[in-house]
Design a protein around this ligand. Structure first.
Ligand code: SF4
Length: 376
């Protein structure tokens, strides 16, 4: 039976997910990796499957049902390993799992410590060429066998390519790819939410910093209210979404509290949370915002406590066992690299390091010299 059909009804959905969890557990435990790595990987995968279950229970549009089963579970989770075989045969190693593209540096907010140092003046806004954007997505598919792309920014919904092309055009043109988009959420109106619901191949991770006080302090007055409205629009259109959090010394206790999880997951309907502890980079770096060692230590246990309960919270620092360490520089199996609005290719969104060879460190130069992203 097709995955989509199995997920449709509660009984078959629960049975399918239970069976899948067991199969994953047995497969992991038969491997030779240390137990902690296997157990953490199992717990995170179980939390991911729980999010899929919750997505169906909360209600998602028909297009999302199709894309979640065909793309996310089908092409990415189940058959992902098969599509990586050609790369492994040619290069002897597995390819990266995905590419992160920040197609624009423009943004409508001016967050404290913006990691991307998004310029405040329009004259400094830059957008990745639309055709180059498409070519990266295509090559991620053909060369890495990956049907998953992460979109960051700036604010991705402000992206404008040639002839005013937007992110929606990208989603439409690459409907065999599933996108995770980091967004400030303030531009997700009813129309945008409906468009997503129709396309079904994007899930927004909306940035929140805690509750109203923390979010408005960092993102600007009124941001919190707009975020709540965006989530209402997404729920109404039946679009699955999650949150993105930046633990700082000011908000880390709030972020890993039961009240926080209850509010965003249970009340607002977030299905996942991505977390990256504050790094002093971008706009006016502030060393005082870095969580203290004690706070970081405590947050490790808090993160895993919630993951054990079935909440998908992936902390790039505290969940290193799941990705087998750092994901940067296109690491085989689970790795990625980052391409910016000006075409620059860097190791990671948070490690602004690039190759010193100009032919290899910029995607425009790379493509102009007849190379592909495999050569980066
Ligand atoms: S952190 Fe994100 S939302 Fe805030 S200014 Fe920077 S790019 Fe915009």
């Amino acid at each position: 039976m097709e995955i989509g059909k199995l997920l449709e009804k509660k009984l078959s959905r629960d049975a399918f997910v239970f069976g899948l969890e067991r199969a994953i557990w047995l497969k992991l435990m038969s491997g030779k990796e240390p137990y902690k790595i296997k157990d953490d990987t199992y717990l995170m995968t179980r939390a991911l499957l729980n999010s899929v279950k919750r997505a169906y229970e909360q209600g998602i549009s028909p297009a999302y049902k199709k894309k979640l089963s065909e793309l996310l579970l089908g092409k990415i989770l189940f058959r992902g390993f098969k599509s990586k075989i050609p790369h492994k045969k040619t290069y002897g190693i597995e390819p990266p799992s995905f590419v992160t593209i920040s197609p624009t540096n423009s943004c409508n907010l001016k967050c404290v410590g913006c990691y991307a140092a998004s310029p405040c003046a329009e004259k400094h806004f830059e957008h990745l060429d639309y055709d180059v954007f498409c070519k990266i997505i295509e090559q991620n598919k053909t060369h890495f066998g990956s049907h998953f792309v992460v979109i960051s920014g700036g604010e991705p919904l402000l992206y404008r390519g040639k002839n005013g092309k937007t992110l929606s055009d990208i989603l439409q043109e690459h409907n065999d790819v599933f996108f995770l988009m980091y967004t400030n959420g303030t531009l997700i109106n009813k129309e945008v939410a409906k468009k997503f619901a129709k396309l079904g191949n994007i899930t927004p991770a909306i940035s929140v910093e805690g509750f109203k006080e923390e979010t408005d302090w960092r993102r600007g007055k009124g941001a919190y209210k707009k975020i709540l409205q965006a989530m209402e629009n997404l729920r109404e259109a039946k679009v699955p979404f999650g949150i993105s959090i930046t633990p700082t010394s000011r908000n880390i206790e709030t972020l890993f509290s039961k009240e926080f999880i209850d509010f965003w997951f249970e009340k607002q309907g977030a299905l996942f949370a991505w977390s990256f502890q504050y790094l002093p980079q971008g706009r006016n770096p502030d060393m005082h915002l870095i969580p203290t060692p004690e706070q970081r230590f405590k947050s490790y246990f808090e993160t895993w406590k919630f993951v054990r309960k079935g909440y998908m919270i992936a902390d790039f620092w505290n969940c290193g066992t799941v990705t087998r360490g750092c994901m940067a520089a296109g690491k085989p199996r689970g790795g990625y690299f980052h391409i910016l609005w000006n075409g620059d290719i860097e190791l990671c969104v948070f490690a602004k390091i690039k190759d010193k060879n100009p032919t290899l460190n910029n995607v425009y130069n790379l493509f102009n010299s007849g190379k592909s992203i495999v050569d980066a």
